[in-house]
Design a protein around this ligand. Sequence first.
Ligand code: VG1
Ligand code: CO
Length: 543
Amino acid sequence: MPVQNVQTSPIEGQKPGTSGLRKRTAEFRLPHFLENYVQSTFDGIGGVDGKTLVIGGDGRFFNDSAIQIILRMASANGAAKCIVGQGGILSTPAASHLIRLRKADGGLILSASHNPGGPDADFGLKYNGPNGGPASESVTDKIYACTKSIEQYLIAAGDDVDLGQRGTQSLDGMSVEIVDPVADYAALMQTIVDFDKIRALFAGGFTMCFDAMHAVTGPYAHTILEDMLGAPKGTVMNGTPSPDFGKGHPDPNPIWAKTLMDRMYGTDAPDFGAASDGDGDRNMIVGRSAYVTPSDSLALLTAHAHLAPAYSGGLAGVARSMPTSRAVDRVAESLGISCFETPTGWKFFGNLLDAGKVTLCGEESAGTGSDHVREKDGLWAVLLWLNVLAEKKMSVSDLMTDLWATHGRCYYSRLDYEEVDSAKAKDMIEGLRGKLSSLAGTNVGALAIETADEFAYLDPVDGSQSAGQGIRISFEGGARAVFRLSGTGTQGATIRLYLEQFETDPNRLHEDPQTVLKDVREAALALSDLTATTGRDAPDVVT
Ligand code: VG1
Ligand code: CO
């Protein structure tokens, strides 16, 4: 079959963000858009000649046709082999695992994660390297540079591969192996948590509800929770991946997973609730009438991870993204292990994990993970929680009460202002940046500012630097506000305002977070002049 050498020219806006390239699906389907980005990715990583790639996605609209194009381009660019999840399906953590397990040279993951899917919604593509993790900034910079100078791409003419058929096929000389997307991942989970203990927990009448949000974790959760661990059928809801996620928004937080939240706060609530996102790397944890913030979940798992077989020897260290609450810092301190603070995005954990400096990592955006893969892992977090619950024989809410009594509580909330005019959002950040150096020692509203700076990261492993990673303002009395612009949106700018208030008074550990955070919220809004600059007087999403 002939290889076509297609002439093209650079397309604006192909700069990878926090997690790959995310755009409106319609933009991805424009002539040459996907092809330009795939060729730039191949060129940016030094070509794929003779290489093995793992390919799969979260099943959203355009997943399968995009995979066919990627396969034909991989073949034309000389790749030796592609390993593809059956039906084009691979959760992000399962793809990361497969890259590592099969010692592949890298992988392409098709997903816009928690963004809705469909012809009028979002699509995304990212490259992960041989360690199974998202490409580092130096690699994404190279990819971006290629998108700006591309003149041609290579694509094999030929028939579609049958993605539904397990086994090996050939595409113009390149081998294509279609694999069960769940099996290897499920086997890995058995080496991490104690399946017998969790099975006994369910056998004893423990009840759970897992909301797969019509997204990729459905098949994984059905197999692992119901078939392998014996949770009753029906434990998994919305468990069949659909191209538009049942017209839902597969973002596991109290707003978008409202059905689950209502169930967990209603009468007859199960003991444990959890949800995952579009591509299966996020997790939400909720007990009976007890929502657990992702930052607290990371702290709790850090405190109890040793109860699971894989972590019985203790943790090497932990890491959290900068806007994530400092709850885990206190647990790490009490365990005598290091706690690293990284910029937002999983790619920054990769070096720390590879170097063995940390075992667990997490982000406030419902991402938790460990050194078992190089992505955050939604179902893994749920299984680790189940392992802890099986060992401790306590409710979620009692576990949290214990954690707060021991380490204090970090009240936490994130306010998202979506689809803000990009220029105005930039103005607001610029305005804040301009006055940072004069803030320390001044008062705003009820609070006194201790420090104010813009977070820059120096990677302790390879010495690389990343500047401009968010503005942080700390106040006397344990409050903190962080501002940053999202790098995953597809329309305008999203301003994220992260609020935190530390509390150790034993009589104030069970307050309403929004009430506790009122002072720091008002101070942050006053300092940033957010309402005046952007014209927005309320956030779109509060988690
Ligand atoms: C968001 C989250 C970040 C997460 C990223 C990718 O990025 O804040 O913590 O790593 O999404 O997660 P941003 O730049 O929009 O704040 V996923 O599950 O969308 O791959
Ligand atoms: Co995700």
